[in-house]
Design a protein around this ligand. Structure first.
Ligand code: FES
Length: 98
Protein backbone atom coordinates (compact mmCIF):
# COMPACT_ATOMS: atom_id res chain seq x y z
CA UNK A 1 0.00 0.00 0.00
CA UNK A 2 2.95 2.29 -0.65
CA UNK A 3 3.76 4.64 -3.49
CA UNK A 4 7.30 5.10 -4.71
CA UNK A 5 8.52 8.69 -4.99
CA UNK A 6 11.62 9.34 -7.06
CA UNK A 7 13.45 12.66 -6.98
CA UNK A 8 15.30 12.51 -10.26
CA UNK A 9 17.90 15.25 -9.68
CA UNK A 10 19.17 13.63 -6.49
CA UNK A 11 18.94 9.99 -7.67
CA UNK A 12 16.74 9.32 -4.64
CA UNK A 13 13.72 7.06 -4.22
CA UNK A 14 11.55 6.40 -1.19
CA UNK A 15 8.39 4.36 -0.62
CA UNK A 16 5.69 6.20 1.33
CA UNK A 17 2.10 5.74 2.46
CA UNK A 18 -0.79 7.84 1.11
CA UNK A 19 -1.11 11.01 3.19
CA UNK A 20 2.64 11.66 3.19
CA UNK A 21 3.49 15.20 2.11
CA UNK A 22 6.21 15.87 -0.43
CA UNK A 23 7.95 17.97 2.24
CA UNK A 24 8.09 14.81 4.38
CA UNK A 25 9.49 12.86 1.43
CA UNK A 26 12.19 15.45 0.75
CA UNK A 27 13.27 15.52 4.39
CA UNK A 28 13.20 11.74 4.81
CA UNK A 29 15.10 11.11 1.59
CA UNK A 30 17.71 13.82 2.15
CA UNK A 31 16.89 15.63 -1.08
CA UNK A 32 18.29 19.09 -1.84
CA UNK A 33 14.99 20.23 -3.34
CA UNK A 34 14.68 23.83 -2.09
CA UNK A 35 11.84 25.32 -0.06
CA UNK A 36 11.14 28.92 0.86
CA UNK A 37 7.88 29.98 2.53
CA UNK A 38 6.46 26.42 2.76
CA UNK A 39 3.05 28.00 2.42
CA UNK A 40 2.37 28.10 -1.31
CA UNK A 41 3.31 31.74 -1.75
CA UNK A 42 6.89 32.14 -3.02
CA UNK A 43 7.26 29.55 -5.81
CA UNK A 44 10.71 28.37 -4.66
CA UNK A 45 9.57 24.75 -4.51
CA UNK A 46 8.10 24.49 -8.00
CA UNK A 47 8.77 21.08 -9.61
CA UNK A 48 7.86 19.13 -12.70
CA UNK A 49 5.90 15.93 -12.24
CA UNK A 50 7.51 13.69 -14.85
CA UNK A 51 5.26 10.74 -13.98
CA UNK A 52 2.43 9.93 -11.57
CA UNK A 53 0.35 13.11 -11.29
CA UNK A 54 -2.66 10.85 -10.67
CA UNK A 55 -1.17 9.65 -7.36
CA UNK A 56 -0.92 13.20 -5.97
CA UNK A 57 -3.49 15.44 -4.28
CA UNK A 58 -5.41 17.76 -6.59
CA UNK A 59 -3.71 21.03 -7.50
CA UNK A 60 -5.00 23.80 -5.20
CA UNK A 61 -5.77 27.49 -5.79
CA UNK A 62 -2.44 28.67 -4.31
CA UNK A 63 -0.50 26.43 -6.70
CA UNK A 64 -2.45 27.62 -9.73
CA UNK A 65 -1.88 31.28 -8.80
CA UNK A 66 1.83 31.05 -7.92
CA UNK A 67 2.81 28.77 -10.83
CA UNK A 68 1.07 31.15 -13.22
CA UNK A 69 3.10 34.08 -11.79
CA UNK A 70 6.49 32.37 -11.44
CA UNK A 71 6.41 30.36 -14.67
CA UNK A 72 4.69 32.80 -17.01
CA UNK A 73 5.25 31.84 -20.63
CA UNK A 74 6.18 28.23 -19.86
CA UNK A 75 4.09 25.11 -20.31
CA UNK A 76 2.80 24.75 -16.76
CA UNK A 77 0.73 21.62 -17.27
CA UNK A 78 2.97 19.31 -15.20
CA UNK A 79 4.23 21.86 -12.69
CA UNK A 80 3.34 21.73 -9.00
CA UNK A 81 4.44 23.27 -5.71
CA UNK A 82 6.20 20.70 -3.52
CA UNK A 83 5.06 22.38 -0.31
CA UNK A 84 1.39 21.94 -1.27
CA UNK A 85 1.31 18.35 -2.52
CA UNK A 86 0.86 15.04 -0.83
CA UNK A 87 0.69 11.46 -1.96
CA UNK A 88 -2.96 10.55 -2.29
CA UNK A 89 -3.03 7.01 -3.71
CA UNK A 90 -1.10 3.76 -3.14
CA UNK A 91 0.66 1.44 -5.59
CA UNK A 92 2.06 4.12 -7.86
CA UNK A 93 5.26 5.77 -8.95
CA UNK A 94 5.71 9.54 -8.78
CA UNK A 95 8.78 11.00 -10.48
CA UNK A 96 9.72 14.57 -9.56
CA UNK A 97 12.25 16.87 -11.24
CA UNK A 98 13.30 20.27 -9.88
S1 FES B 1 8.08 26.92 -0.49
FE1 FES B 1 7.12 28.78 -1.09
S2 FES B 1 5.65 28.08 -2.50
FE2 FES B 1 6.48 26.22 -1.75
Amino acid sequence: MMTRVEIINDFLAINVKPGTTIQDVVEAAGSALPFGCRNGECGTCVVEIVQGMEFLSEINAKEIKVIKEVCAGLNTQNLRLSCQMKIERPNGVVRIKY
